[in-house]
Design a protein around this ligand. Structure first.
Ligand code: ATP
Ligand code: MG
Length: 668
């Protein structure tokens, strides 16, 4: 039994997958000695990585650490856009494809490094003419179109920090984020394509700018025309003096623009977290350390090679779209694929068709997508040639082992290593992950820290747990760590650095310097990490503290189940009882018999302690706009309360429907 200090550990997993020998042979990293080398002198190790970037001026000091404030590569100057573009122009990468793009309607574009550089320079010149420069903030509210990457890099080039707001967010969310950052310029589009329909971005932007006080800091709005020949998009109204068409102001500019010399610690961007737990936080990332770790992790985790076609499905509105669609891969000179639309438009084979058409070699997506593919069935991927793939990745939530196996069999065809990467908006880059050429993977585990990162599982009192569950902690500063929460230094300290404040961690470290990411995790006998859910979501059943992932994984292990979410609901005797919300695979009928079977399955898999008291079949689960399950709302339902804040949900009707269902079936 676990105390308040720790978490129970219920799930065991016997399947493991060593790196395929032919993969290991060609991998960047195939010698595990790299871990000890990094550990022997982490600063020297990170400095070696930074040395692979282009610096205008070298740093004087690798790290200055006054917890919780870190400065990396102190005194060095560089430019992120220069590193992503200019430094590739001297050799054969000049004419290499940098960006392959496909719109949802099927329109295509591609840019060589030379062409992308020219586009970014034109945009940078246009921004400068609009009076935007070093130290300013620019809000970007765009669909997944090439201009999104161009706009980000143009900001980086002139030293303005971007704040990308996911195109699926409402006008209100956009307004809050613009006002919080006091952005001077907004870059948006008339619309974007999603599931055959049009997302009218400019209309939402107009609402943000005019209603409820508007956005007083905005001076201009730059509008990209996202149109397919013959179709009218969105009906954007242009306001004289404020609004300008992107093509009017950018196209006529020169294809050269000097890159601002930025201090390593100058702000590169602000990004608001995806909002699974509460009020979004404006996470600040600076230039030198961020780019170093984004670069390093892209190269090693994805084993990125010169001829790879790399596809990350994340939207630029999320941190994954920043680090692994733009900065990491372009700093590595990769060929990056970007796709505008939904995975089921026009049908459920779209992703697999894209992989086939472009001969994608590396594919990085999220568990929420993988669970949807599982639900839709194997016939979709089986119709396409996926033999170009050599590596698969996942990020965003714990991946249930059964979803991992599905991915491995049906997409990777047992040939491709899977990298399950744990990290956050706050960490800026991957922190816990396999290295595909050396790490034996285990479904559901993100395995080991990236070389140079030091994580542990701690009790509430700061003792280390070598095997078992507790609080995930990062014990050393890392280059791409957040530098703060925009405008809220107190919240920065409270949220991330106060868990072990005033304590001694692991016998010898002051708790002030230990970062708490908010996740519960366990370590197994191999020393592998398993992130088993957010600490806020932990269940407490008869004194057992249980992470959501283990019970959910036991449910998803049943062949009928595609997705599951569990929450603890108040119970007189046990403290809490398990309530489970389950989505079945397509074509399967929800029956009472199946309910009993699922209940027994959980007991068999992980024990009677986790037996669900209530199971509700749900066509959909409430998710954030980034696709993550929002358990606190399910808890409200299970405990018969009014629903809490639903503004960050992708589709609020899902949870309203579930609530009705739950109450009408008398589960509460
Ligand atoms: P908010 O912080 O606003 O509540 P969020 O935590 O969903 O939103 P992100 O930074 O996008 O915002 O997500 C990071 C979180 O996602 C991690 O803290 C963790 O809970 C989860 N996560 C990401 N990758 C993994 C992974 N590979 N395994 C397990 N959990 C993961
Ligand atoms: Mg978070």
């Amino acid at each position: 039994m676990a105390s308040e200090q720790t978490l129970d550990s219920l799930l065991t997993e016997d399947r493991s997958f060593p790196p395929p020998p032919e993969f290991a042979r060609q991998a960047h990293v195939s010698d595990p000695a790299i871990y000890e080398q990094a550990e022997a002198d982490p600063e020297a190790y990170w400095a070696r990585w930074a040395g692979e970037l282009h610096w205008f001026r070298p740093w004087d000091q690798v790290l200055e650490w006054e917890p919780p404030f870190a400065k990396w590569f102190v005194g060095g100057t560089l430019n992120a856009a220069y590193n992503c573009l200019d430094r590739h122009l001297d050799g054969p990468r000049r004419t290499k494809t940098a960006l392959l793009w496909e719109g949802e309607p099927g329109d295509r574009k591609s840019f060589t490094y030379e062409e992308l550089h020219a586009e970014v320079c034109r945009a940078a010149n246009a921004l400068r003419k609009l009076g935007v420069g070093k130290g300013d903030r620019v809000a970007i509210y765009l669909p997944m179109i090439p201009e999104a990457a161009v706009a980000m890099l143009a900001c980086a080039r002139i030293g303005a920090a971007h704040s990308v707001v996911f195109g699926g967010f409402s006008s209100e969310s956009l307004r809050d984020r613009i006002n919080d950052a006091k952005a001077r310029l907004l870059i948006t589009a008339d619309g974007g394509y999603r599931r055959g329909g049009i997302v009218p971005l400019k209309r939402a932007a107009d609402e943000a700018l005019t209603e409820q006080g508007g956005c007083p800091s905005i001076e201009h709005v730059l509008v990209v025309r996202r149109h397919v020949e013959g179709e009218a998009v969105g009906g954007a109204q242009m306001e004289d003096g404020r609004d300008l068409w992107w093509h009017d102001v950018v196209a006529g500019e020169g294809a050269e623009a000097p890159a601002e010399e930025m201090d390593a610690e100058d702000l590169l961007y602000i990004l608001y977290t995806s909002g699974t737990t509460g009020k979004p936080k404006g996470i600040m990332h600076t230039t030198g350390g961020y780019l170093t770790q984004a670069y390093a992790t892209t190269k090693w985790v994805f084993d990125l090679k010169e001829d790879d076609v790399y596809w990350c499905t994340a939207d630029v509105g999320w941190v994954t779209g920043h680090s692994y669609l733009v900065y990491g891969p372009l700093a590595n000179g990769a060929t990056v694929l970007m796709y505008e639309g939904a995975p089921d438009a026009p049908d459920r084979g779209r992703f697999w068709k894209i992989i086939q058409d472009y001969k994608v070699t590396i594919f990085y997506t999220a568990p929420t997508a993988i669970r949807a593919f599982m639900k839709w069935g194997t016939e979709w991927p089986s119709r396409f040639d996926l033999s170009s793939l050599r590596l698969l990745g996942t990020v965003g939530e714990p991946i249930n082992p059964e979803a991992w196996i599905w991915y491995h069999l049906n997409i990777g065809h047992e040939r491709c290593p899977i990298v399950d990467t744990w990290w956050q908006t706050e960490t800026g880059a991957i922190m816990i992950t396999p290295l595909p050429g050396v790490t034996e993977t285990v479904p559901g585990s993100a395995t080991r820290t990236f070389p140079g990162i030091h994580a542990d599982i701690l009790t509430l009192q700061g003792d280390c747990i070598d095997a078992g569950g507790g609080f995930l902690a990062i014990r050393r500063p890392w280059p791409s760590m957040l530098r703060g929460i925009w405008g809220d230094p107190e919240r920065f300290r409270d949220t991330y650095w106060s868990k072990w404040q005033g304590m001694t961690v692991a016998g010898d470290q002051p708790g002030e310097g230990v970062y708490f990411p908010g996740d519960g995790a366990k370590r197994d006998e191999r020393g592998y990490f398993w992130v088993i859910g957010r600490i806020d979501d932990v269940l407490n059943v008869a004194g057992h503290r249980i992470g959501t992932m283990e019970v959910e994984s036991a449910l998803v292990d049943h062949p009928a189940v595609a997705e599951a979410a569990v929450v603890g609901k108040a119970h007189e005797l046990k403290g809490q009882a398990v309530a489970a919300f389950v989505t079945l695979k397509d074509g399967l009928a929800p029956t009472d018999e199946l309910k009993r079977e699922l209940s027994e399955h959980v007991v068999r898999k992980i024990g009677a302690i986790a037996r669900p008291d209530a199971i509700l079949f749900a066509g959909d689960l409430p998710k954030t706009r980034s696709g993550k399950i929002m358990r606190r709302l399910l808890k409200d339902i299970a405990e018969g309360r009014a629903l809490g804040d639903t503004t960050t949900l992708a589709d609020p009707s899902v949870v309203a429907r579930l609530k009705d269902d739950y109450e009408s079936k008398g589960e509460g």
